[in-house]
Write a protein that binds this ligand. Structure first.
Ligand code: BTN
Length: 246
């Protein structure tokens, strides 16, 4: 089934893997979605559990002039807007780099994650994967090692996945235009919506090293700036660390 730039698949290994394999045949700006993924990919080599009821989507970006960092930001902000339209009473925010979370009593509940992967064959471009817990039940989230939520858990309602996908795509397309025409505006909104800035965080590096400090800013490069307790500023990039807010 296809609607308004959205290509619906049944079960698949991973929508990102599919979009990379089919990159040449897919048009710029389409969103590929699947019912379930058998090998959903998360950031930093993790798995993304993908039971029925969630939205598993990949946005195809073939335009030059938009960096992967900005494309990730456009997807994060587009996801946030899609959620705001359906659950306006929840406090939604972006947790650097591009997790989308509900914030309650100082705790962040992750609802969506974003994985940008570059495609170097078949012309330059990248794919932006979005995993969004839509009709996902509490039971389906039991295996997660961080607090998580879904649109169903936030509102008690069930949502038509194709309608959510169509609106998500439109929102991402709009933010992509902003990224192209005025990247500083996208960057400003990305920072404004970020729930980590001003908060104490612990950054864990791949090699086991960890640092604690206050997240103070996000650089144009996409790096997060953390002021350590001794005043030193640490710049971390999203591929290198996992972050725990306090
Ligand atoms: C994260 O680790 O937070 C990012 C998760 C991204 C998951 C989405 S689901 C659709 C797309 N296909 C994948 O295999 N991964 C992304």
């Amino acid at each position: 089934m296809s609607a308004d730039g959205v290509i619906g698949l049944g079960d698949i290994d991973s929508t990102n893997a599919f979009a990379i394999r089919s990159f040449e045949e897919l048009s710029d700006g389409v969103l590929v979605i699947a019912n379930r993924q058998t090998a959903g990919r998360g950031r930093r080599g993790r798995r993304w559990l993908s039971p029925e009821g969630g939205l598993y989507a990949t946005y195809v970006c073939k335009l030059s002039g938009v960096s992967p960092v900005l494309a990730g930001g456009a997807a994060g902000l587009g996801t946030l807007e899609t959620l705001l339209a359906r659950a306006p009473d929840t406090r939604w925010g972006v947790k650097w780099p591009n997790d989308v979370c509900a914030s309650r009593d100082g705790v962040l509940f992750k609802i969506a994650g974003i994985l940008v992967e570059t495609v170097s064959a078949a012309g330059d471009g990248f794919v932006v994967g979005i995993g969004l817990n839509v009709n996902t039940s509490k039971h389906d989230l039991l295996g997660c090692d961080i607090p998580t939520t879904s649109l169903f858990l936030e509102t008690g309602g069930r949502f038509d996945l194709m309608s959510v996908a169509v609106e998500l795509r439109e929102n991402i397309c709009e933010w992509r235009t902003v990224a192209l025409e005025s990247p500083e505006k996208l960057h400003e909104q990305w920072k404004k919506r970020n729930v980590l800035l001003g908060r104490r965080v612990c950054a864990l590096f791949e090699n086991g090293r960890s640092v604690d400090g206050i997240a103070t800013d996000i650089a144009d490069s996409g790096e997060l700036l953390i002021r350590l307790d001794d005043g030193v500023e640490e710049r971390v990039s999203s591929g290198d660390v996992s972050l725990r807010p306090y």
